[in-house]
Design a protein around this ligand. Sequence first.
Ligand SMILES: Nc1ncnc2c1ncn2[C@@H]1O[C@H](COP(=O)(O)OP(=O)(O)OP(=O)(O)O)[C@@H](O)[C@H]1O
Ligand SMILES: [Mg+2]
Length: 359
Amino acid sequence: MGSSEELPEGTVQNIMEQETLKWVFVGGKGGVGKTTCSSIMSILLAKVRPSVLIISTDPAHNLSDAFQQRFTKTPTLVTGFTNLYAMEVDPNVENEDNLSSDMADGFMSDLTNSIPGIDEAMSFAEMLKLVQTMDYSVIVFDTAPTGHTLRLLQFPATLEKGLSKLMSLRTKFGGLFSQMTRMFGVGDDFGEDDILGKLEGMKDVIEQVNRQFKDPDLTTFICVCIPEFLSLYETERLVQELTKFEIDTHNIIINQVIFDDEAVESKLLKSRMQMQRKYLDQFYVLYDDFNITKLPLLPQEVCGVEALEAFSQHFLSQYQPAIVRGSLDEVEQRVSILKEQLHVAESELEKVKKGKQKA
Ligand SMILES: Nc1ncnc2c1ncn2[C@@H]1O[C@H](COP(=O)(O)OP(=O)(O)OP(=O)(O)O)[C@@H](O)[C@H]1O
Ligand SMILES: [Mg+2]
C-alpha cells in the first residue's frame, strides 16, 4: 500500500479476512505489547466473527489490566460486548479436577514427575479440551514471553513421549504396576486402566489440536516486537522455532514506533527514531514476505476498552503521521528546527574558536 515495492500490506487485515482461522497466537518478548495487541485482535475479530474467546496463558495475567475487568479460568463476557469472552489460565497451577491430582501422591505421581513438563501439558490439554467443546469461532492466545510460548507448543510432543513411557512401563511391569497403583494413592475404583484411559483421551485431544496448530488455514502466530536489536533477534529466533514446529506465521507487529511528527522537537526522540529506523529497515529486509504492521508509541498506556478501541485503528490502516511529509506545515517546522540547530552550532563554533585562541 504505502510502499513502492511489492510488500505485503502493512496491516492485520489479512487475519480479519481469513475466515477459516480458529487459533490466533500472539507472542513475543516481555513487555513489547503482546497483551495489548492480542486484546485488540480479539476486539477486531469480534466485529467480524460470531464469537471470540481470548485466553491468557501468562501466569502474570494481564488481560484484566488491559480490559480493566476481572477474569477467571472460565470464559467471561467482556463488558460492552455480546460475543467477546476472556479467560485467564495459569499453566503452572493444576485444576482440582485435573488428572495429576487424581494421582496426587504415590507411585503414579512419581511416574508423572519423571516426565518433565507433563503436568503443564496436561492442564494445557484439559484447557484445550474444554475450549474445543465451547465452539468459539476463533480463539486468540495472549501468550507468555517467548520461551514459555514455545514450550506450550511443544506439549503435544511432550505428552506423546510421556505416554509411550507409561505404556512401556506397563508392559514391563505388568501386574506389579497395577498392584502398586492400588497400593499407593489410587483407590480400588480408580485403577490403572482409568488413568491410562484418561491419558489416552488426553492424547486424542492433543493430537487433534496439534494437527490443527500445524494447519495454516486454522492457525497462525502473530509476532509482536519493538524496533530494537534484542527484539529483532528474539523475533528471528521465534520465527525459526515456529518454522521448526510447522506453525504458520506471516504477521509481525512492530510496536512503539516513533514517527517523524513526534520526534521533531526532541533530540532524544530523534536519535531513538534513527536507531529505530535502522532496525525497521532490517525487519523489512528479513521479513519481506510478512505483513508488517507498525504501531506508534503513545505518550500514555493503552488501558481499558476505550483506549484499546481507539488504538485498534492502527491495526487496519497504516499509521499516518499527523504532519504529512512535504506539506507546508512540515517544511515550515523543519526549517524552524534547522534554524535553531544552526544557531546552536554557530554558538558552539564561537566557543571552540575562543578556546583555541586562548590556547
Ligand atoms: N504503543 C504503545 N504506546 C504506549 N504504551 C503502550 C504501547 N503498547 C503497549 N503499551 C503499554 O505498555 C505496557 C506493556 O504492554 P503489554 O502489557 O501489552 O505488554 P506484554 O508484552 O503483554 O507484557 P508482558 O510480557 O509483561 O506480558 C502496558 O502498560 C501497555 O498499556
Ligand atoms: Mg502480557
